[in-house]
Design a protein around this ligand. Structure first.
Ligand code: ATP
Ligand code: MG
Length: 313
């Protein structure tokens, strides 16, 4: 039985090839229960393949994998009973209504008539689909479809949910709605989320930990903050108090850009304590007054572009 201290997922030495194409080349992962883990990587990096393996849909070539407290190779049925998968491509049947799609899931899971009906009502309510419940899914917007897809995944009350690019193609508002749904699943239901995404902002918003997949390997793993510290790309922004100080100092601080109108310069660097101290001492010794100094860390885009390569063909 899984206990509170068991990780939701642990993986060592996961490998998978399609023919001579090595897609996953020795992946190690540990994901604690009740957390959001995000797998990032360029197109074709192997994110969906990883989800398919961890959710028992595709067989690994090698590796020790435990999901929801069970050995994946020995007890795939038990793994399947504990997880939910919302795939990259919608599982929603367009010809059926939202309610019928949910009932189909409830029937597949043998929930029984009364329990099934109660669960469906609850999920329609929770995912804000009650008004649209009797309309065919073909008439749903992209955001509604995604919500229905996730509601279908939730019918069986999974403890661990795989979301493969859950917000691709959604507008910013629908994306934010989806983010809130994911946060609620973790905070209210204690669900563990394994999320893949193309949107670095999304991983930054939701994930406790992020791993970057590139050419079959995890090239970086950590909290969003830890990953951002891995690459240079940040800058220090200094606004001078007066035009005289700006004129005297701005050419000598190693700025990459200057704005004469706002008396501001940008200096590349991640703002280490020593750099900042040196800078301020230098300006002070020249009697130059600083009105404002801000440090901007690199964002996940910098990390992504620095650490991932184009997948080989
Ligand atoms: N069934 C398959 N047969 C052969 N090759 C496959 C199969 N499934 C995936 N691949 C290959 O494995 C690689 C990884 O694919 P995968 O779908 O896991 O990438 P991904 O990271 O999910 O990409 P995307 O961001 O585009 O969704 C690709 O080169 C793909 O062509
Ligand atoms: Mg994919």
């Amino acid at each position: 039985m899984p206990t509170g201290t068991n990780p939701a997922i642990s993986v060592t030495g996961l490998r998978k090839s399609y023919g001579s194409h090595r897609v996953l080349d020795g992946i190690d992962l540990t994901i604690p229960q009740g957390t959001v883990f995000s797998l990032l990587g360029p197109n074709g990096a192997g994110k969906t393949t990883t989800v398919q393996i961890l959710s028992t849909l595709v067989k690994a070539d090698a590796g020790e994998i435990r999901v929801a407290g069970h050995d994946l190779a020995e007890e795939p049925d038990k793994v399947r009973a504990a997880i939910g998968v919302t795939g990259q491509f919608s599982a929603v049947d367009s010809l059926l209504t939202g309610e019928e799609n949910l009932r189909l899931m409830a029937d597949l899971l043998h929930l029984g008539r009364t329990a099934g009906r109660a669960r469906i009502r609850e999920l329609l309510e929770r995912f804000d689909l009650t008004d649209a419940a009797r309309k065919p899914a073909a008439a749903y917007s992209g955001g509604m479809r995604r919500r229905l897809d996730l509601a279908m995944t939730m019918v069986g009350t999974p403890r661990l949910i795989f979301l493969d690019e859950p917000t691709t193609g959604l507008d910013p508002r629908s994306r934010r709605t989806m983010w809130q749904i994911v946060r609620d699943l973790v905070e209210q239901d204690g669900v563990t989320i394994f999320l893949t995404t193309q949107y670095l902002e999304e991983a930054d918003e939701l994930a406790d930990r992020i791993a970057l997949l590139s050419q079959g390997e995890l090239v970086a793993e950590g909290t969003p903050q830890e990953l951002k510290r891995l690459v240079p790309g940040g800058h220090i922004s200094v606004r001078f108090a007066d035009a005289d100080g700006y004129r005297r100092a701005a050419p000598h601080v190693g700025a990459t850009s200057r704005n004469d109108a706002t008396l501001t310069v940008q200096i590349p660097g991640t703002g280490g304590v020593r750099t900042l101290k040196n800078l301020l001492e230098r300006l002070d010794s020249q009697a130059v007054e600083v009105a404002e100094l801000t440090v901007h860390g690199p964002d996940l885009d910098d990390v992504f572009l620095t650490l991932t390569k184009e997948p080989s063909r």
